[in-house]
Design a protein around this ligand. Structure first.
Ligand SMILES: Cc1cc2nc3c(=O)[nH]c(=O)nc-3n(C[C@H](O)[C@H](O)[C@H](O)COP(=O)(O)OP(=O)(O)OC[C@H]3O[C@@H](n4cnc5c(N)ncnc54)[C@H](O)[C@@H]3O)c2cc1C
Length: 457
């Protein structure tokens, strides 16, 4: 154990992957850490559900798929001794509505629409890459000020391109009229990974990752406790806490906020954050996302020749096998409905029950197979997330993005939304927590040498 932070106290707000990863690093460096979590469980948007399913099966209501390049997360699972299961070996196919009104799995190449979209974006991708993919340039500002829908209209895109862009709402959690062109160009201009890239999930559920980190922290994690106000005066940070009807103040040397911007912007912070930082946090949009997990008596969707995962522009959203690594005859499908599909899917279930949603999967081969269990989670209605994950819409000034992660005095910021490379992923949450912990250590070292940072108050 390193002793850089011996005797130093740090409050971490939020026990999602970002907060727990930060707390783990800080504790390993000798800090006295207190993790304050509003829910009565750890994990935040990583939420493994077992209740409601038969034969002891489970599935993920939030973060599910781990890509092979998510190395911070993968290293963490190795450190914690949590095995990963390789899943969805054939990658994602694509299902679309054909002219006759029936859903079809697109052939010959499921990646055709994707390739065409990428080709259409090429001039923008080139300009963005020349600008080193920075978000504080006129190129980025120009791309950010247009929605994907406006771009599609301007280029008189055909139905296939529009359907492909719409299908991406299961990924971006935003419809083409909500998403900025910059967010799309950013995604398509990233490094090429092998296709299909290898995907994994934690055996026994991704929540084990959060549970293992929390177990090591023991009673330093305070559940059912909300941060309601924060002030930094003099040398210390004061956090006002609320637990049921009880209130208390906690003093510390540093504080890391690892909570979504939707909740962060409700907390009064004194003195006020710099105006650009305040704006970035206030303006950041979050995507609507409903995850429906449907368990069938048989895994009728399995076939030797086709993938077990599909993007789609359909109301049910993207569909994939949620528990192929688990034993038993039954199996669970995961339906991720992003953007307006989140409203559509919730409306179907409200009106006609989850059976109607299950019937809409006819194209996967469902006939009279019995539905034996189901759960649905609507993240925009979840009090402690108020959305799926951050979405850069066409009203967000991209030059503000860096402010989401910018320290202010003794306050530091982590969470999926602060990650540049892995925003919207569990890996982004973990990396951001580790980054914020490293920033606390560096700040403390500089202060010990009498060199305050330029971000000091
Ligand atoms: C439907 C869905 C599907 C996803 N699929 C994937 C996927 O397949 N692969 C992938 O890599 N990622 C996926 N993600 C994204 C991934 O789950 C998130 O990026 C990640 O879990 C975010 O972690 P976090 O620590 O930043 O935030 P959170 O997990 O939201 O943690 C923040 C914590 O702060 C707490 N909190 C909030 N306000 C307060 C307060 N005032 N006081 C105290 N505590 C507070 C919250 O309760 C929460 O526990 C998905 C997300 C969703 C919603």
């Amino acid at each position: 154990m390193s002793t850089h932070l011996n005797g130093v106290s740090v409050i971490v707000a939020g026990a999602g992957l970002a907060g727990l990863a930060a707390a783990r690093e800080l504790a390993a460096n000798g800090a006295r850490v207190t993790v304050v979590e509003a829910r009565d469980r750890v994990g935040g948007r990583v939420y493994t559900l077992a209740d409601g399913f038969i034969e002891g099966q489970h599935a993920e209501a939030g973060g599910d798929l781990i890509d092979e390049d998510h190395t911070a997360l993968i290293h963490l699972t190795e450190e914690l001794g949590l095995p990963l299961a390789r899943i969805l070996r054939k990658g994602f196919g694509y299902a679309r509505l054909a002219a006759n009104g029936k859903v079809r799995i697109q052939r010959p190449s499921s990646a055709r629409g994707w390739t065409r979209l990428s080709a259409a974006l090429e001039p923008h991708i080139r300009a963005y890459r020349i600008g080193e993919r920075r978000w504080d340039t006129p190129v980025a500002a120009d791309l950010a000020s247009r929605s994907v829908a406006e771009w599609l209209d301007a280029m008189q895109a055909d139905e296939e391109l529009r359907a492909t862009a719409k299908g991406l709402r299961g990924f971006f959690l935003a419809d083409p009229d909500e998403l900025s062109l910059l967010a799309l160009v950013d995604q398509f201009s990233g490094e090429e990974t092998s296709w299909p890239s290898k995907m994994y999930r934690v055996e026994g559920g991704n929540q084990r990752l959060a549970a293992a980190m929390a177990a090591a922290l023991g009673d330093r994690v305070k559940l059912g406790t909300e941060i309601v106000a924060v002030s930094q005066r003099g040398r210390r940070v004061r956090a006002s806490l609320k637990s049921g009807r009880l209130t208390a103040d906690l003093l510390a040397d540093y504080m890391i906020f690892a909570i979504p911007a939707t909740l962060l912007r409700r907390i009064p912070i004194t003195p006020a954050l710099p105006v650009h930082q305040h704006q970035a946090i206030a303006k950041l949009a979050y995507g609507r996302a409903t995850k429906t997990l449907v368990q069938f008596a048989e895994r009728f969707w399995r076939s030797a020749t086709r993938p077990r995962a599909f993007g789609s522009p359909l109301p049910a959203g993207a569909v994939w096998d949620a528990n192929e690594e688990q034993r038993g005859r039954p199996g669970i499908l995961s339906l991720l409905a992003g953007g307006s599909a989140s409203d559509a899917t919730a409306a179907i279930v409200e009106r006609d029950g989850v059976e109607a949603l299950a019937r809409s999967l006819e194209w996967l081969g469902v006939k009279d197979t019995t539905l034996v269990g189901s759960r649905q989670h609507r993240w925009e209605a979840d009090t402690w997330s108020r959305g799926g994950y951050a979405v850069f819409d066409h009203t967000f000034d991209p030059a503000l993005r860096g402010w989401l992660a910018q320290p202010f005095g003794k306050l530091f910021f982590a969470g999926e939304h602060t990650s540049l490379k892995y925003q919207g992923y569990m890996n982004g949450a973990v990396e951001s927590g580790q980054r914020a912990a490293a920033e606390v250590i560096a700040t403390h070292r500089m202060a010990a040498r009498g060199r305050p940072l330029h971000t000091a108050l």
